[in-house]
Write a new protein. Structure first.
Length: 332
């Protein structure tokens, strides 16, 4: 998974355990910077939550629910993404999508493995939580694809391992969704190669940390990203290759941008930061849309500029406004 997923945002981990005391204790120690938790003490409550999550599934997550749903192949990937981003960022139900289920094995009327068989969403990661060692059973379950990871309750580092497993599961969830989206839109590997470039990944991670963002959506290939912090503030990261910069320089001449703008673009000192879905600015408007270009050198050379509010996404629902980040559902 050494690549940047096409999208990433806070989602929900579903924890199922028959001990209400264990769930209450767990609720006090779970990290929640970019995650929601639903804690259920009965497998039937968990199945209800999974059904709710599937019914409210957003974006590409709906494609497995309704396999007949097709994306318009005539649309450009950028247009499709632009429309999806607008709707996605306004829809708080994206935070309720279940990305992983942590299941106690020793439950009734369904044990952990039986409940795993009832989870049909292929993107959801399944983690078995057990107080006993069942090596042969666990090996067989892994070989059959029923579980993705196992955590033992008696492990003194159980909480730390659970946190690590959930972080990995959340990343894998969005990589699986990204792969499905790429296949649906027939996006060529070359067009998204920058997402796997080590130098660009390091730059992107540092930028996200510096801005304090917890959510991102690839806007184009490789036009850039929409990055969102917990309050819902959006930043646009514009990304261009050398070839795109050369095309931009020619456009600045055709659009009769000022001589200074043409010079800065030709020298690759500044770049135009306008989403491709928007119209090319008129000559007198170029000065207000060019930004200093930061060079990232890896397998290719990328020119980047980050601008607050560049993608003009309004009425964003930020994660900070999402209530009930720990939802405790105990059987009566």
């Amino acid at each position: 998974m050494e690549t940047i997923p096409l999208l990433y945002h806070p989602v929900t981990a579903l924890v199922v355990d028959s001990s209400a005391a264990f769930l209450r204790s767990l609720a006090l120690h779970l990290p929640g910077n970019d995650r929601v938790y639903c804690l259920c003490s009965h497998p039937m409550l968990a199945l209800e939550k999974l059904k709710q999550s599937d019914e409210e599934a957003t974006f590409i997550n709906q494609m497995w629910v309704n396999p007949t749903r097709q994306l318009d192949q005539q649309q450009s990937a950028v247009t499709a993404k632009h429309e999806n981003i607008q709707g996605q960022l306004r829809d708080k139900s994206r935070f309720g999508n279940v990305f992983a289920v942590v299941l106690e094995h020793e439950m009734s009327p369904l044990n952990g493995l039986q409940l795993c068989k009832r989870i049909v969403n292929p993107f959801v990661q399944k983690v078995l939580l057990t107080a006993s060692v069942h090596e042969q059973m666990i090996d067989r379950a892994k070989q059959q694809g029923l579980v993705d990871a196992v955590i033992y309750k008696h492990d003194p580092n159980m909480l730390q391992k659970l946190s690590q497993v959930l972080q990995h599961a959340q990343e894998r969830y969005f990589h699986l969704i990204s792969a499905a989206y790429s296949e649906a839109l027939q996006i060529e590997e070359e067009a998204k190669a920058f997402l796997g470039d080590r130098a660009f990944r390091d730059f992107f991670a540092q930028l996200r940390q510096g801005l304090g963002t917890i959510e991102h959506h690839v806007y184009g290939y490789p036009d850039g990203f929409v990055l969102v912090d917990a309050s819902g503030t959006c930043h646009g990261l514009c990304v261009q290759t050398k070839e795109q910069f050369d095309t931009l320089a020619a456009s600045s001449i055709l659009q009769q941008a000022s001589e200074q703008v043409q010079h800065d673009i030709r020298k690759r000192r500044k770049m135009l930061c306008v989403p491709r879905a928007c119209c090319m600015p008129q000559a007198q408007q170029w000065d207000g849309h060019v930004q200093p270009a930061q060079v990232v050198s890896g397998l290719d050379t990328y020119y980047c500029a980050c601008v607050r509010g560049m993608f003009h996404v309004s009425e964003v629902t930020g994660f900070a406004t999402y209530e009930n980040k720990i939802d405790l559902r105990l059987a009566s």
